[in-house]
Design a protein around this ligand. Structure first.
Ligand code: Z5A
Ligand code: MG
Length: 215
């Protein structure tokens, strides 16, 4: 593996409201990195392939109902169950491009406005997970994302709810986030994302330590 010689891989995270283009950019970025000789993998949360992920999938498709705290804990557990593999991949020199993470977890659950499930409670279940080396936030007004294809029938795909989600992202936002205007073209956004990612890859290769949430 690249670990011993080339240093660790970088954790690049894409976050942002529904339909802002995260999955599109993740795919392009993994291809762009690989074609530049940077070994990169695409991961996404929720990972619907695990036993926990299948429970989440049933919930999102409204096939099952669940207590709001309980499903929040499942989304979080879905990240914890992949923590060891994440650490191994990064240590072996593989860069991970990840589509949604704990920031989605907190932004979505807190948008339910249930007593007790405030921002701090939502964040607490992810505290200690690996932190992204670069967080690319695709910024877009809800009105604009609604015009895009694919706004579907899953549980959270409702306009008012999405507005609350965006408000929560704003509360979570930190200076270190790389915020890009998601209404630009796919190609322009990709060019910026690639620059940001290559910068993070270089920093990690040369010794930047991996952080933990919620630094
Ligand atoms: N959730 C949660 O509650 N708790 C958690 O802990 C986590 C998630 C991790 C499933 O997510 C749900 O889980 C989600 C949050 C919640 N609920 N909602 N709503 P998901 O990741 O499976 O959601 P998705 O179905 O992939 O949708 P998305 O991620 O919101 O979309 P996107 O990935 O950001 O967008 P896209 O698929 O790349 O693009 C959307 C469309 O726009 C598509 O037609 C593209 O061709 C087009 N597009 C993309 N970029 C552009 C630009 N630049 N210009 C014009 N058109 C564009
Ligand atoms: Mg997506």
């Amino acid at each position: 593996s690249q670990g011993a010689m080339g240093g660790r891989g970088a954790f690049i995270l894409f976050e942002g409201a529904d339909r802002c283009g995260k999955s599109t950019q993740c795919k392009l970025l993994v291809d762009g990195l690989n074609s530049r000789g940077v070994e990169a993998e695409l991961w996404r949360y929720p990972d619907r392939t695990t036993a926990i992920g299948k429970m989440i999938d049933g919930y999102l498709q409204s096939q099952t109902d669940m207590d709001d705290a309980c499903v929040h804990l499942l989304f979080s557990a879905n990240r914890w169950e992949k923590r060891k593999l994440m650490l191994e991949k990064l240590a072996s020199g593989v860069t991970l491009v990840i589509d949604r993470y704990g920031h989605s977890g907190t932004a979505f659950t807190a948008a339910k406005k249930q007593p007790g499930l405030d921002l701090e409670w939502c964040k607490s279940t992810d505290a200690g997970l690996p932190a992204p080396d670069a967080l690319i936030y695709l910024e877009m007004p809800v009105e604009e994302t609604l015009k895009r294809d694919g706004f579907g029938g899953e549980r959270y795909e409702k306009t008012e709810f999405q507005r609350e989600v965006v408000k929560n992202y704003e509360l979570l936002r930190r200076d270190a986030w790389k915020c890009l205007d998601a209404s630009r073209t796919i190609e322009d956004l990709h060019a910026d994302a690639l620059k940001i990612a290559m910068g993070a890859v270089e920093e990690c290769r040369t010794g930047k330590p991996l952080g933990t949430l919620w630094e």
